[in-house]
Design a protein around this ligand. Structure first.
Ligand SMILES: Cc1cc2nc3c(=O)[nH]c(=O)nc-3n(C[C@H](O)[C@H](O)[C@H](O)COP(=O)(O)OP(=O)(O)OC[C@H]3O[C@@H](n4cnc5c(N)ncnc54)[C@H](O)[C@@H]3O)c2cc1C
Ligand code: SF4
Length: 470
């Protein structure tokens, strides 16, 4: 573990870099930094070892004030502890599709990304090594310079049939739930938010990938605002218990998630029209379907990905949809001899970020979320996929037995988007603020558009790249 220090020790010296947060964005940025820097990590929560998390069966969670006019319950999930949501994520790590980075150029929708797939590719490969990703066979869709570190998990019986019939669109999932490497092998019991055998990558069990000389850790201290003078960050104001103190630093990086990063920047007086706006995440639909073939019994909780509704000209009007095939059934089928002839699919649509969905500061200076709903674009993508479900299945779809739109994908994106133009974006393609060059805002808050793919591999690769460019 890092060298833990007190508030008094943290404020007694000037740091080369202060990083707020200790999860994916913070750790991969740290990994990328040049050696020799004196770095302080400021974490609001405490270190909770995996065994303690199992014993407690719960973790400290943020509650955000929210005004929701969408007509649907909307939730956002953020855990406050060392390693953040890495403790509870599910370890799905698809790369973004190359065309996710050029949605605006190719399909005329969404905001332009100021970098492309090829810029990130080597960093994707390094993050996959650190996370010991198990995967395989998606190279024709998502080009790679190196093989996956470990082979894919055994596919479920429905995956095997789907892949045999449609090898161009069905692939084994890429996952940080282990299938080889230093962690216990995933055993497919499907309670991955608190994995009993610690099989998925977390910052805690992967800490060796980030430890280095010259780094100290201050826990129980909340990054509150950045002191900025003459266009330069001079330090981070922290709150610990009843005390407020300032940590002096040459450079500051915020990696506290898209809601908290925006709140900190707003408190710091950063003036950018896009700051706080475009909060978003994917819109999804969970389906249980009865099919004329056996469904389950693969080697991890989610084993198959289908790209049949992902990229193509439809993206000018309807979202890309990534389909997950769950190997963790909600319920088996009741008919004698047919109890595994069911699939649980999740259709995950990219959303088009809208300026009205946003983070602002309440009267108490705490973040306040305004949520008006997902875009028509996302809804059109989900409808297109659901209407054409039979097209991606090689056996008869007999009936939909359950249909549910979750309150969240637990992905918090947007709010300090990246772009080339300071008038419409907050950070540049190195994740530095346009207007404060020694201040970084890391994480999926930088996404100008959402992708249908889960965000964490990409935000980690972006952070690693940003660190390397310091
Ligand atoms: C149940 C669940 C399942 C998920 N599954 C997947 C998945 O399969 N694949 C995927 O790609 N993504 C998944 N995600 C999303 C993923 O967890 C996030 O994308 C990822 O954790 C974001 O990383 P981050 O470093 O930006 O922020 P976080 O992980 O949110 O960490 C933020 C850190 O900052 C700290 N912090 C907060 N405020 C302050 C402050 N003011 N000062 C100092 N420190 C602060 C927090 O304690 C925490 O350590 C899942 C999320 C959940 C909740
Ligand atoms: S399927 Fe089971 S063993 Fe694998 S990561 Fe999830 S909880 Fe852990």
């Amino acid at each position: 573990m890092f060298n833990q220090i007190t508030v008094a020790e943290a404020t007694a010296e000037r740091w080369d870099m202060v990083i707020a947060g200790s999860s994916f964005a913070a750790m991969f940025f740290l990994r990328g930094l040049p050696s020799g820097l004196r770095v302080l990590i400021v974490e609001k929560g405490e270190i909770l070892p995996h065994a303690d998390q199992l014993a407690a069966f719960s973790r400290p969670r943020e509650t955000y004030a929210q005004q929701n006019t969408s007509g649907h319950f909307k939730d956002w999930v953020a855990h406050t502890m060392f390693g953040g949501n890495s403790n509870c994520w599910w370890g799905q790590v698809p790369r973004f599709h190359p065309n996710d980075f050029r949605l605006a150029q190719m399909y005329g929708v969404g905001a332009a990304w100021p970098l492309g797939y090829d810029d990130l590719e080597p960093f994707y490969a390094e993050v996959e090594q650190v996370m010991q990703v198990a995967g395989g066979d998606s190279e024709h869709i998502l080009p790679r310079s190196a093989p996956f570190p470990f082979p894919p998990h055994a596919l479920s019986r429905s995956d095997i049939a789907c892949r045999a019939a449609f090898p161009d669109i069905w692939v084994p999932v890429a996952t940080a739930r282990s299938n080889g490497g230093s962690r216990a092998t995933c055993c497919a019991n499907g309670v991955c938010d608190l994995c009993p055998v610690d099989a998925k990558f977390t910052v805690l069990n992967g800490i060796d990938g980030f430890l280095r000389d010259g780094v100290s850790l201050l826990t129980g201290a909340e990054a509150w605002r950045v002191d900025i003078a003459a266009g330069r960050a001079t330090g981070l104001v922290i709150r610990a218990g009843d005390a407020t103190a300032t940590v002096a630093a040459d450079q500051v990086a915020l990696a506290t998630n898209a809601v908290n990063n925006a709140a900190i920047l707003l408190r710091s007086g950063v003036d950018s029209p896009a700051l706080g706006a475009y909060l978003h995440e994917q819109h999804s639909l969970e389906l249980e379907i009865d099919v004329a073939a056996p469904g389950y019994f693969g080697g991890s909780s989610i084993t198959g990905h289908c790209y049949g509704f992902y990229d193509g000209p439809h993206r000018s009007g309807a979202a890309a949809v990534l389909v997950e095939n769950y190997n963790a059934p909600n319920a088996l089928r009741a008919e004698r001899g047919r109890w595994s002839e069911r699939m649980k699919l999740k259709l995950i649509a990219e959303d088009l970020p809208q300026a009205d969905n946003r983070v602002s500061l309440g009267a108490d200076d705490q973040p306040r979320l305004t949520w008006v709903g997902h875009s028509d674009y996302a809804r059109a993508g989900l409808k297109r996929a659901e209407d054409n479900l039979q097209d991606i299945l090689p056996f008869a779809l007999e009936r939909i037995v359950a249909r549910r739109s979750p309150a969240t994908e637990a992905h918090i994106q947007g709010t300090h988007r990246m772009g080339a133009d300071p008038a419409t974006s907050v950070v540049d393609n190195t994740l530095r603020l346009h207007r404060v060059a020694n201040l970084f805002a890391l994480g999926s808050g930088v996404y100008p558009t959402s992708s249908a793919a889960n965000p964490t591999l990409t935000l980690s690769a972006l952070s690693l790249r940003a660190g390397r460019l310091v």
